[in-house]
Write a new protein. Structure first.
Length: 150
């Protein structure tokens, strides 16, 4: 499919959080229910406001994937699980690299599919942190773009 990248209105933030939660439940099996409930209001009330947001929509104009960028770092990339492996993530990532000048991403070490996705698109691991940004014991791999894959 040929996906178009679109802007996200603040009024759509609750839908964005729904996509985030569905994606996390499908891919972040290491998170507990407590963790998800901890992050959910932070996503809605803080994190979405701190990044440049873009999305991909389906034919009904519903958000099916989104990204958030701060400076040259991809801070979030989440896809509705019903749309995994259909090119939504690739469309958003290439947009982030080519239009938003992304060169870095931090990835949960336990999220092996995400690590492979970023490696496939030219990112290399440059470091590791034992704790995530919230101080939780979920190791983070720091990855940087070494060459652009189209």
């Amino acid at each position: 499919m040929n996906f178009q990248v679109d802007h996200i209105a603040k009024t759509e933030f609750p839908k964005v959080v729904m996509v985030w939660e569905a994606s996390v439940r499908a891919t972040h099996h290491f998170l507990t229910e407590t963790d998800i409930n901890y992050f959910k209001p932070l996503i809605l009330n803080e994190y979405l406001h701190a990044v440049t947001l873009r999305c991909v929509r389906n034919s009904k104009k519903e958000i099916i994937g989104f990204l958030g960028v701060a400076e040259n770092s991809l801070e979030m990339l989440f896809i509705d699980p019903k749309y995994h492996k259909r090119g939504v993530g690739k469309t958003l990532l290439l947009f982030a690299i080519q239009k938003l000048m992304v060169t870095k991403v931090d990835v949960n070490e336990q999220n092996e599919n995400a690590i492979e996705f970023y490696k496939h698109h030219g990112f290399k691991t440059t470091g590791r942190s034992a704790l995530d940004a919230s101080g939780k014991p979920y190791p983070i791999l720091h990855m940087e773009l070494k060459h652009i894959v189209t």
